[in-house]
Design a protein around this ligand. Structure first.
Ligand code: NAD
Length: 498
């Protein structure tokens, strides 16, 4: 396919042009078009949902034995692995992440399908303790059509986290990827088709969230929305879901604290803090964007951190040595710049960065350097709002009580990091931190077998983990009567001649 051609999209098992506006997806490192496609239209949403509903009812997918569904999911994992280098290169172009990161995301997507294939074939239903002459059971049923709405920062991994458990559970899925990064979801649909997933069970609708995501969320045949994205959008979806009495899972934003206690191993803490905020150019929900350092350590620690941050390699995402690629778009870079200007206006001082790099490739892509601000307090806007870029705000603290108060003083509660040599202190602090994930002497490490999600404005529900599949199933109780006699009450009725 040449660049001038328009990519088809996958609607109810057919590959055809969307009926929305034609647009290009662009490589953030150069601004050049990667592919042209037509967005889906609201009519396409209707076709995709109706097609998914019909496939759910008539393809036999939900009725297949768990090990039979699992074998298709294992095959999807294999195909992702077979095509991994092409996928990683495409994802690099789709969202500008360094190639080593996109390789890891593709590998994680394969692992997610493998994991949920195994969760599918090992999911147990239970016989519950009986309190009468009956056998009582708790079983699970698929829900129907699931809408998976995903952001632009980690395509394929985000999509896999929703699609794999939803399909494993026996559902049909309609993916609404971020408008600016639709290519990986389309590739995933091709792979699912090649792996033998029944036609119509998976559709992909690129385009504007306010139009397509909204239409999907409102659709009466959509039985659950699994959303990853910004908190404002998540709340909007939750309102619509409340009116439909529809369950939702919401993986939202963060402003995660990283804490360096006075007994921390400095080599580990410096490396972990840098990775926590600057990997993925800070475009990560779990970015450790608020750093609290024990005052006794503050000067020496910050001196080391600034030197190490200045050495990070910001550049071409295709270069294996690159640690930070460009930001996703010109508009997003401007938003990051506005936050840095606001931080300075609020009294912050720049320890590093704060200015676009220039010359060579920097003039073509949306690059922004690692940026560190000090001199602010936790209540200020840049310390409270998610910047979603490579900007770290740093604050010293005097005692753990004051530290805890500030670390927890955020609308968000997604993740946190603690650096200390004392595991008793880490335990005490780790239990008091309000966050969905707390990393101790590490950061941004993940396992598909460990549940993930946020508290408060960071979200509702948990993805991943063996029980992640249950999000996409309804629970049902079955009672099997074992009585030789009619129910006593009915017998009483006969005795009194009713
Ligand atoms: P976004 O909320 O703008 O968009 C996310 C998705 O929602 C996109 O597909 C978008 O098209 C769609 N959308 C937009 N408006 C909609 C509407 N009215 N109805 C339905 N869908 C709609 O977020 P973004 O800018 O793409 O992503 C960045 C955000 O995602 C950050 O806040 C980040 O923290 C968050 N995020 C969270 C996690 C997590 O797991 N907690 C992971 C990655 C990103």
């Amino acid at each position: 396919m040449t660049l001038e051609q328009t990519l088809p999209i996958c609607i109810a098992g057919e590959w055809r042009l969307g009926r929305g506006e034609r647009y290009a997806t662009c490589y953030p490192a150069t601004g050049e078009a990667v592919a042209w496609l037509n967005a889906a239209s609201v009519e396409d949403v209707e076709d995709a949902v109706q097609g998914a509903h019909q496939a759910f009812l008539h393809s036999g997918w939900a009725q297949r034995k768990p090990h039979e569904r699992a074998s298709v999911l294992y095959r999807i994992a294999e195909l992702i692995r077979e095509r991994s280098e092409d996928l990683a290169q495409l994802q690099r172009q789709d969202n500008g992440k360094p190639i080593n990161e996109t390789r890891a995301l593709v590998a994680s997507a394969a692992g997610t399908f493998q994991f949920f294939a195994s969760a599918c074939e090992t999911l147990e239903e239970t016989i519950t303790p009986s309190r009468g002459d009956f056998v009582s059971m708790s079983v699970y049923e698929p829900m129907g059509v699931i809408a998976a709405i995903t952001p632009w920062n980690s395509p394929i991994a985000s999509e896999a986290q929703k699609v794999a458990p939803a399909l494993a559970a026996g559902n049909a899925v309609v993916i609404k990827p971020a408008e600016i990064t639709p290519l990986m979801a389309l590739q995933l649909a091709r792979i699912c088709e090649d792996a033998g997933l029944p036609k119509g069970l998976l559709s992909v609708l690129p385009g504007k969230g306010s139009l397509l995501g909204d239409a999907l969320t409102h659709h009466p045949l959509v039985k659950r929305v699994s959303f990853t994205g910004g908190t404002k959008t998540g709340k909007h979806i939750a309102h619509i879901a409340a009116d439909k009495m529809m369950p939702v899972s919401l993986e939202l934003g963060g402003k995660s604290p990283t804490i360096v206690l006075d007994d921390a191993d400095l080599d580990h803490a410096v490396a972990g803090v840098l990775y926590g905020i600057f990997s993925s150019s800070g475009e990560a929900c779990i970015a450790g964007s608020r750093l609290f350092v024990a005052r006794a350590l503050y000067e020496p620690f910050m001196a080391r951190l600034v030197v190490a941050a200045a050495e990070l390699r910001v550049g071409d995402p295709a270069d294996e040595r690159t640690q930070m690629g460009p930001l996703i778009s010109a508009g997003h870079r401007e938003s990051v710049e506005r936050y840095v200007a606001l931080g300075l206006a609020e009294g912050g001082r720049l320890l590093l960065g704060g200015e676009r790099p220039s010359g060579g490739i920097y003039d073509r892509g949306y690059y922004y350097p690692p940026t560190i601000l000090e001199g602010l307090n936790n209540g200020q806007q840049v310390c409270q709002e998610e910047i979603f870029g490579p900007v770290l705000v740093v604050m010293p603290f005097d005692d753990e009580e004051q530290l805890l108060e500030q670390a927890n003083d955020s609308l968000y509660a997604l993740a946190a990091g603690i650096w200390t040599r004392d595991y008793k202190r880490a335990w005490a602090l780790g239990r008091k931190i309000q966050a969905g994930t707390v990393w101790i002497n590490t950061y941004k490490q993940f396992s598909i077998s460990t549940p993930f999600g946020g508290w408060r404005d960071s979200g509702l529900g948990r993805e991943k983990g063996r029980l992640g599949i249950l999000q996409y199933m309804e629970q049902k109780s079955l009672y099997w009567g074992m009585n030789e006699q009619p129910l006593a009450w009915a017998g009483v009725q006969r005795e009194v001649g009713l």
